[in-house]
Design a protein around this ligand. Structure first.
Ligand code: AHR
Length: 331
């Protein structure tokens, strides 16, 4: 008997099946209701993140219940509870701080509503209380900041540190206390520097990711003669950096020249300052997470499993790069 090869036919059948089920998923995502709790509008970065989420929801035909928590965890918890009461299909939120989410996430689980953690990470014993995390690799961001410092201050020929003194004196401006970007950017930075002697963090304080606080903090730091010569300012976001630059300029200090400045986010204003030589390195933190959030929300609404962690693509901009080719940032 002649034996026929049905494999191509079977393959064709499955391709049609897959195509059909994908098309069905896209149509189904249109009816989804997503509860989204944003932390506030503390920075240009955050405003871009909000725009990205809202525009992507509109593009995907996803109805979004959007709450701005005005920087308060209790407002986020209230918002999540209202999403549960409303029986949304998916909950997504940006946790302002890492701790304190167990109870409300238990409530979401009891209501069988999948939860996506966005932008900032949480500390939680039972990781099954949320479906996955989408955001940036903040440990990596801190490491990239320190790696720039190594290149800037270590002579490649001798391996010696180049400063006017014995060590490179660093001032750190931290973000919101208890938040994952603050903890991880601090940790990644220290991890890399720990392998080298001669780098000293002489002062570290929170400016809460705010430009106004960055300015105030730098005024305070520059009035501390006991700190001596500051070689580097490492700031956890561009808002604080731009405030600190204002404070330096008012005192006749040349940012980028007298003090090396490393910042995180890559807002347009920081890239412009990098081009003017007032910042030496900007580590990108990508806020345009909306389209990925909507894609994952679509999958979660269909009760599909998503990856535990998805990191956005990011790059590092330095004073040594060709800066003429950077496309407008949009934030
Ligand atoms: O969570 C991301 C951080 O929050 C950004 O670096 C900062 O600008 C924002 O406010």
């Amino acid at each position: 008997m002649k034996c026929r090869n049905f494999a191509p036919l079977i393959q064709l059948f499955f391709s049609f099946f897959l195509l059909f089920s994908c098309a069905k998923k896209i149509t189904e995502s249109k009816g989804i209701i997503l509860g989204f709790s944003q932390i506030g509008s503390e920075s240009a970065w955050r405003n871009c993140n909000t725009r990205s989420v809202q525009e992507a929801a509109a593009d995907a035909g996803i109805q979004i219940l959007f709450f701005n928590a005005e920087q308060k965890q209790e407002n986020q918890i209230k918002a999540i509870r209202s999403f549960i009461a409303y029986q949304v299909d998916v909950i997504a939120f940006v946790p302002i701080v890492s701790d304190g989410w167990e109870m409300v996430l238990e409530e979401a689980r009891e209501a069988e509503i999948p939860v996506l953690i966005c932008d900032r990470e949480i500390n939680i014993k039972n990781e099954n209380l949320y479906a996955g995390y989408l955001g940036t690799n903040m440990l990596r961001e801190g490491r990239s900041a320190a790696e720039f410092l190594l290149k800037k201050f270590i002579d490649p020929d001798t391996g010696e540190i180049v400063t006017d003194g014995k060590s490179v004196k660093i001032v750190e401006m931290r973000g919101t206390e208890g938040s994952s970007p603050t903890n991880m950017r601090a940790e990644g930075f220290r991890d890399v520097l720990a392998g080298y002697s001669g780098f000293e963090i002489i002062y570290s304080e929170s400016g809460d990711f705010l430009r106004s606080k960055g300015y105030e903090l730098m005024c305070k730091i520059l009035e501390k003669p006991e700190l001596g010569n500051i070689h580097v300012v490492y700031s956890h976001n561009d808002g604080m950096t731009l405030g600190a630059i204002d404070a330096m300029k008012e005192r006749g200090i040349k940012p980028g020249e007298d003090i090396v400045i490393i910042s995180i986010d890559a807002e347009q204003a920081a890239i412009d300052a990098l081009k003017r030589g007032e910042i030496n390195c900007v580590v990108e933190c990508n806020p345009k997470q909306g389209p990925d959030i909507m894609h994952l929300a679509g999958l979660l609404a269909l009760k599909e499993t998503i990856p535990r962690v998805i990191f956005m693509e990011e790059r590092v901009f330095t004073e040594w790069d060709d800066l003429s080719a950077i496309a407008p940032r949009g934030y």
